[in-house]
Design a protein around this ligand. Structure first.
Ligand SMILES: Nc1[nH]c(=O)nc2c1ncn2[C@H]1C[C@H](O)[C@@H](COP(=O)(O)OP(=O)(O)OP(=O)(O)O)O1
Length: 167
């Protein structure tokens, strides 16, 4: 099973709530919008991975302590656990987003998140994450690798979960 992260930086511009998304330029979900993120490296905690991936992909610096854990997503493919994704959000970061070979960053109004250009599961959990809730979800795909070409089948979502035991 792969362990991965997603990070959603937030800001308020003259009363409009925005979230930093990326258009992914390569890898899983290429061509779709998502948060910065990626796979854990050996010895890394999810929090450390989210900080590193956000730095590598869009150039923002985040103190790991400023990340708030928002979700745990269990992506299953053909009945097997495929990817466990840890989702974080933060309003505290340094720097200006810049593009990289992996990602083209874009500040988007929370009211205008392009769900039709994202993973099909995102519309089920991202609104809650952007509303400040905590969620745990299981999302089942069928049809074989790669995950981003499989068919989304069904899901279960729990709200108001506690991540107190986060490593
Ligand atoms: N169903 C899904 N919905 C979603 O929103 N994000 C998903 C997802 N399944 C995987 N992801 C995200 C989690 C993680 O941020 C990313 C993993 O993609 P990659 O394998 O391309 O990782 P990396 O960006 O680390 O790539 P490498 O640099 O090649 O390791 O995709």
């Amino acid at each position: 099973m792969i362990e991965a992260t997603l990070c959603f930086p937030r800001r308020d511009v003259d009363g409009t709530e925005e979230v930093l998304l990326i258009e992914k330029r390569r890898g899983l979900g290429e061509g779709w919008y998502n948060g910065p993120g990626g796979k854990l490296e050996a010895g890394e905690t999810p929090r450390e991975c989210a900080v590193r991936e956000t730095r590598e992909e869009v150039g923002l610096e985040i103190d790991p302590a400023d990340l708030e854990k928002a979700a745990e997503l269990d992506f299953r493919l053909d009945g097997e656990r495929h990817t466990l994704c840890h989702v974080f959000r933060t309003r505290t970061f340094a720097g200006e987003p810049r593009p990289s070979p992996e990602a083209r960053p874009e500040w988007v109004a929370v009211e205008a998140v392009p769900y039709d250009r994202m993973w099909e599961d995102d519309r089920l959990w991202l609104p809650a994450v952007l509303a400040g809730e905590t969620v745990a979800g299981e999302f089942r795909f069928v049809g074989g690798e790669p995950l981003d070409e499989a068919d989304f089948a069904d899901h279960a979502l729990e709200r108001g979960v506690s991540f107190a035991d986060e490593r």
